[in-house]
Design a protein around this ligand. Structure first.
Ligand code: HOZ
Length: 426
């Protein structure tokens, strides 16, 4: 019996998170034993250059010695107490210093939880019910946000999940990403009902889709006009696109920010924060209940804090340079091999979309060439490169990726696409 057979008898679909099952590419997922730097090694002992990076969390590379050391020290001092610790103060301070829009924050244990709680706070603060989200943005799997969601729901064609009553999603309205006019029209008609607009400031769960010039500023203006809150879901972009996240990169100050991934240094984490008067809605100060035994776990806090210390301006310059090198190289290969497609990148995250000239909205992304992605995925895997197993996800670079990793990736990609063409693909 293979590991996957056994897993399939234990976990639904053999996995603990759907995209990992490789359903959109077919085949059997790798079972990973260990990671080091820019590589992961599977249970058969094969080592791959990793471009998933724990879906963005592993920005320092796998098992960075300083992060591992910090985790070991913290673990030796006690794995968790369910009580305030100095470790959460240190990470909290580092986050607040990096993101001035966050005056107060709360640690939670996942991005889903961060978003779910931020929405609850926004509804309490505004005393309004409706949340506006964008098609193709993914904000975790809480009931009210599984509406035209990206990432796994999109991969499995379940953008509106079963098991979520209409009475829950009736308070969620959906606009197209990059369609500021739709938001303005909604605000003009029903702005007084709107608690919040939530957005991934750079969409990264339908592949990487950057915001159009003025889109985020338009959301800021529209929410201010009607008294709704603007929530940036920076679970992926926070500390990825720079220390101040997307909000610093695009110079927009949201009312609330949701974080995850990088701030846990690879361990399970989430956080949300914003203006004091909004965050003080939370118990024990205010009427919004939210809690968690493992929130602010000292081992996670230590991993996150140590990871953030590695992220200085030189680190971001390096990530930017590697990202540009990879994206530029892929664009050249597409052009030289006359393969239809485009590369969309912001900083160190990018997506190679096959079959479409650009991706501005979910409707664009839905037209991508899944077959071409599938054969690219397996061609790269054969050559020792581990990519996200879905065309609707981003690839991530880490500080451990050297120029050689990028150049080897490009050489392999060129070979795969050349072979594809020789096989008679258009
Ligand atoms: N939602 C993640 C991709 N955007 C996948 C999480 C996982 O499978 O670990």
């Amino acid at each position: 019996m293979t590991l996957y057979d056994e897993a399939a008898r234990l976990f639904p679909g053999g996995v603990n998170s759907p995209v990992r099952a490789w359903c959109s590419v077919g085949g059997t997922p790798l079972f990973l034993l260990r990671g080091r730097g820019a590589t992961v090694t599977d249970a058969d002992g094969r080592t791959y250059r990793d471009f998933v990076g724990s879906w963005g969390a592993a920005i320092a590379g796998h098992a960075h010695p300083k992060v591992v050391h910090a985790v070991q020290e913290a673990a030796a001092a006690g794995l968790g107490f369910g009580a305030p610790t100095c470790a959460e103060l240190e990470l909290g301070r580092a986050i607040r210093d990096a993101m001035p829009s966050i005056e107060r924050l709360r640690m939670v244990t996942s991005g889903t939880e961060a978003v779910m709680s931020a929405i609850r706070v926004a509804r309490a603060f505004t005393k309004r019910p409706t949340v506006l989200k964008f098609a193709g943005c993914y904000h975790g799997h809480s009931d009210g946000l599984l509406v035209r969601a990206g990432s796994g729901p999109m991969t499995f064609a379940l953008p509106d999940s079963a098991g979520v009553p209409e009475s829950v999603t009736m308070h969620t309205v959906v606009a197209d990403y990059n369609a500021g006019d739709q938001v303005r029209a909604y605000v003009a008609a029903k702005g007084s009902e709107l608690a919040a607009v939530i957005v991934e400031p750079v969409a990264a769960n339908m592949g990487v889709v950057p915001p159009h010039e003025g889109f985020l500023a338009g959301l800021r203006a529209a929410t201010r006009e009607c008294g709704a809150l603007l929530i940036f879901d920076e679970v992926i972009t926070g500390f990825r696109l720079g220390r101040g996240g997307a909000q610093a990169r695009f110079a927009i100050e949201p009312d609330l920010t949701c974080l995850g991934k990088i701030i846990g240094g690879g361990l399970p984490v989430g956080a949300f924060g914003g203006r004091t008067e909004v965050m003080e809605q939370l118990a024990p100060l205010g009427p919004v209940y939210q809690a968690g035994t493992l929130a602010g776990n000292p081992v996670t806090m230590a991993a996150g804090r140590e990871t953030l210390t590695l992220l200085d301006s030189a680190a971001y310059a390096r990530l930017e340079e590697r990202g540009a090198r990879l994206a530029g190289g892929l664009e050249r290969i597409l052009a030289e091999r006359a393969v239809p497609g485009c590369v969309q990148r912001v900083g160190s995250m990018l997506t190679l979309f096959f079959g479409i000239p650009h991706a501005h909205t979910l409707a664009d992304v839905e037209r991508l060439d899944r077959d071409r992605f599938r054969s690219f995925f397996f061609g790269m895997l054969e050559r020792g490169f581990y990519l996200p197993p879905s065309p609707f996800e981003a690839m991530f670079l880490s500080l451990a990726h050297g120029e050689n990793d990028v150049d080897d990736f490009l050489a392999a990609a060129d070979e795969v696409l050349r072979e594809d063409r020789d096989d008679g693909r258009p």
